[in-house]
Design a protein around this ligand. Structure first.
Ligand code: ADP
Ligand code: MG
Length: 329
């Protein structure tokens, strides 16, 4: 379970300008996670069709970025690592380009090429015997966004070293949430929330004009919502280590890898980022785990239009400067 959810504060049916507006919601599984789409519409049958189209769009994105599907464009890029460049679609090219911009911005804390160490760790909530330091070192040597060469004219991607790999686990669901929001906006839907397993993209308001509300739960105190936030044409993403973690010497490590060391990150249990786009929020939430709470919040305070809230494993809640926790608790 993700420790963030949408609260509907108004009735499901509301009359606006003489027209009944309904809130239509559907939950489904995609990309190995649970999704939920919430729409405001006067025609529930048409709204359900739009949700079907949204699901088809998520399937399309999954096929593009999947590392499991051997024939996906992403798998082809990985297969050609150290061999040659691979032509990709404009969509994938642009996504990798934006991801590399975030990698630069976060000084490599977020890095698509973290994926070469993916196989070294399994996050099954169990005590493990760590891989030998030399194996980890050899894998870390393959990481580095600056070794992802891109040619804009030819629309190609080349991973310079054999054994390099890219993976979209930290950004794919955010991207999907943004894409579905765009699709629904194009179809004239005035308000909604796409919730891609804790990666939310919202627009418009609830039928009565009040903003969408999200509630955050502290993973260390699961019974209580500790904060409510209104969402107005913005995205919010929560990333946490509550489901995928491992233990070494009894200590808990989350599923986000520090690309500099190759080891799983420690110290942060939950991270929430507000940004104009879910894709950016998703990538930054991942980076914050690697940066740790102090460096992470300092970093967020220097970015425009981005806010964050982090919970450390010793129960501290730290927020960026424009979040007034007292007001929200
Ligand atoms: P969640 O799965 O909780 O939504 P994230 O969005 O933070 O979490 O994504 C975590 C996933 O990102 C990992 O499962 C892995 O696939 C990938 N990943 C791990 N470490 C990094 C990293 N340093 N940079 C980019 N991607 C990462
Ligand atoms: Mg992420």
């Amino acid at each position: 379970m993700k420790h963030i959810f949408v609260l509907l504060t108004t009735t499901f049916l509301f009359v606006k300008n003489g027209q009944a507006q309904e809130v239509i919601q559907r939950k489904f599984e995609k990309m190995g996670s649970s999704f939920e789409i919430t729409l405001v519409h006067s025609n529930p049958i048409y709204a359900q069709q739009l949700i079907d189209e949204s699901i088809a769009e998520i399937d399309r994105i999954e096929r593009l970025i999947s590392s499991w599907d051997k024939n996906s464009q992403t798998s082809l890029v990985n297969k050609m690592a150290g061999i040659r460049s691979q032509v990709v679609s404009k969509e994938l090219f642009d996504l990798i380009l934006r991801a590399n911009t975030i990698a630069r911005l976060t000084d490599g804390a977020f890095d698509l090429s973290y994926a070469s160490v993916d196989k070294l760790w399994s996050f099954n909530r169990e005590e493990i015997t760590p891989p030998s330091p030399s194996v980890v070192e050899a894998s870390v040597a393959k990481i580095g966004f600056e070794k992802i060469k891109m040619d804009t004219e030819k629309q190609t991607v080349f991973l310079l070293e054999k054994g390099m790999k890219i993976g979209f686990g930290a950004i794919g669901k955010g991207y999907a949430a943004d894409r579905v929001k765009s699709l629904l906006l194009e179809k004239g839907v005035e308000a909604g929330i796409v919730n891609a397993s804790g990666d939310m993209s919202a627009w418009g308001t609830q039928p009565d004009g009040s903003p969408w509300q999200v509630g955050l739960i502290n993973p260390l105190n699961k019974n209580k919502v500790f904060s409510w936030f209104p969402l107005l044409n913005t995205a919010v993403v929560t990333s946490g280590d509550y489901e995928r973690y491992l233990l070494m010497d009894g200590k808990r490590y989350g599923h986000i890898i520090n690309p500099k060391t190759g080891y799983p990150s420690q110290g942060v249990v939950s991270c929430t980022v507000f940004a104009p786009k879910a894709e950016l929020a998703d990538a930054l939430a991942t980076a914050l785990f690697v940066m740790g709470s102090e460096t992470g919040i300092d970093f967020i305070d220097q970015l425009p239009n981005v806010e964050a809230l982090m919970i450390t494993d010793n129960g501290k809640i730290i927020a960026s400067k424009n979040i007034d926790l007292d007001e929200n608790i």
